[in-house]
Design a binder for this molecule. Structure first.
Ligand code: GDP
Length: 472
């Protein structure tokens, strides 16, 4: 209604214009920026966006390069179940207790930070697996700088190994391979490296560019060398942050403790967080009453790349929520209300993610350059055949990327990856399970299933040419 008034056209015409774009709206609904631009264009107007004070307050200021100092890398450990992710995280945590540091038993707070003998620090996200990693990305946050992918040398490259690699690659995060369990007599690290090579991941010792190290997470063999390779990789990333400003970062986990109230672990990404700061995390806010590190030590302040458990929020924010420090309660509350409103609007917005039916329109608009596909099938042969055929559909205008392919049912992990990377999912002779379907509906991910190869290829081709008629 507001935009109709501004353009001085009947509201029914604006609603009709939206419908012709496949968007059903009511009079009082807010339109997202993309839709607004297209609708206004239909009536010969150009949209100019201005930011409100509150939005401005939420925008991070660019740091002066002179204020930036090196920060520790943040690492996630991923890999197939039982290949040793937890063992590796546990070993590193126990082996790197700084001499003389008080507090014995480490608590699980969702992340921890270790200082190596050489004085360098590495922060680990303590939720092994790619689910948490990708769930955060699906919420629009990425905290990980480097991924360690664990592969058991007495086993093989397994489906979840491939998944983990795809997830790290889709996120653009460098990978360091940890070939684990080399203490076992049945271990064959060369076989793993060979398999990796056949997947185009040539490890450095074989003349490639991927760091890898043979380790035993159980006995600690090779773990220090693995961490040195992580640091090498980190050096190339030139990770920096400005510690001299109000803190901001991401929530790692949060829960209600009966005695202490809401306990939230946050990872500081910029600035320094202090006891007494007023913070807003997702939809929750409060004054930081106390901070503790993963050994339960009370801490007064935490700088960039430091995970810290805090007390004082009025609820449990979700993993992946951003946090910021504000002047006072009033300012934080104002922005919390605004965020709630924005979230509500986002949830009524149509089509958050791309669908096959919509691709043609978006290509025609010129704002769509890459079609990301996740491909699952019942047998390797058809997955490879389809993957080849899809890739060949790339044109000068649009690149088709197979960001993940595999044999097996369509899983929730596929949906999360699709959500994080704005991809569609194509299944060949496989279907999603009911719970996967429910998640796909919630995340608005398009899943297409086929049993004839040519049908799948034709559909994608037609969609790219804008020939697929929209489903109503
Ligand atoms: P996750 O599922 O990837 O977290 O794997 P876990 O860390 O739970 O390890 C699975 C099993 O493998 C456990 O029984 C571990 O004790 C064992 N394991 C892990 N790393 C090693 C290793 O380096 N050597 C040996 N022999 N066993 C290991």
């Amino acid at each position: 209604s507001e935009v109709a008034t501004m353009m001085n056209v009947p509201i029914t015409q604006v609603i009709a214009a939206c419908m012709s774009l496949g968007i059903m709206v009511t009079m009082n609904q807010r339109l997202d920026a993309e839709t607004l631009t297209i609708v206004a264009d239909e009536f010969g107007y150009e949209v100019e966006f201005t930011t409100s004070d509150i939005e401005e307050a939420m925008v991070e200021e660019e740091d002066d390069p002179a204020s930036l100092v090196p920060r520790a890398p943040i690492v996630t450990v991923m890999g197939h179940v039982d290949h040793g992710k937890t063992s590796l995280l546990d070993y590193i945590r126990k082996a790197n207790v700084i001499a003389g540091e008080s507090g014995g038993i480490t608590q699980h707070i969702g992340a921890y930070s270790v200082v190596l003998d050489g004085g360098q620090r590495i922060t680990f996200l303590d939720t092994p697996g790619h689910e948490a990693f990708t769930a955060m990305r699906a919420r629009g946050t990425q905290v990980t700088d480097i991924a360690i992918i664990v592969v058991a040398a007495d086993d093989d490259i397994m489906p979840q190994t491939k998944e983990a690699i795809s997830h790290a690659q889709a996120a653009g995060v460098p990978i360091v391979f940890a070939i684990n369990k080399v203490d076992k007599p049945t271990a064959n690290p060369d076989k793993i490296k060979e398999k990796l090579a056949s997947m185009n991941f040539l490890v450095e010792s074989w003349g490639g560019s991927y760091q890898s190290h043979d380790i035993s997470a159980k006995f600690g063999q090779g773990v220090n060398e693995l961490l040195e390779k992580v640091l090498l990789e980190a050096e190339m990333l030139e990770l920096k942050a400005n510690p001299d400003k109000s803190a901001s970062g991401t929530v790692v986990e949060a829960y209600l403790d009966k005695g202490r109230g809401y306990v939230s672990t946050v990872l500081v990404q910029g600035g320094t967080l202090r006891v007494g700061d007023y913070i807003l995390a997702g939809k929750n806010h409060g004054k930081v009453r106390a901070m503790h590190d993963e050994r339960g030590n009370s801490v007064k302040e935490a700088g960039p790349s430091i995970p810290i458990s805090i007390l004082g929020l009025d609820g449990a924010p979700a993993a992946g929520d951003k946090f910021n420090v504000f002047e006072d309660e009033r300012e934080a509350k104002q922005i919390a209300a605004k965020r709630t409103q924005l979230l509500r609007e986002q949830s009524v917005r149509t089509q958050k993610h791309v669908t096959l039916a919509e691709i043609g329109r978006r290509i025609a608009l010129g704002d769509f350059k890459e079609l990301n596909i996740i491909l699952k099938g019942d047998v390797d042969g058809s997955v490879e055949a389809l993957s080849d055929s899809f890739s060949k559909l790339s044109t000068e205008e649009i690149q088709v990327n197979i960001i993940h392919k595999g044999v097996g049912a369509i899983t929730e992990s596929d949906v999360l990856l699709a959500s994080a990377s704005d991809a569609i999912i194509i299944g060949f002779n496989v279907r999603p399970m009911a719970s996967t379907k429910a998640l796909a509906d919630k995340e608005e991910i398009d899943i297409k299933t086929y049993s004839i190869i040519y049908d799948a290829i034709d559909d994608v081709k037609d969609a790219m040419e804008g020939m697929l008629s929209p489903e109503l």
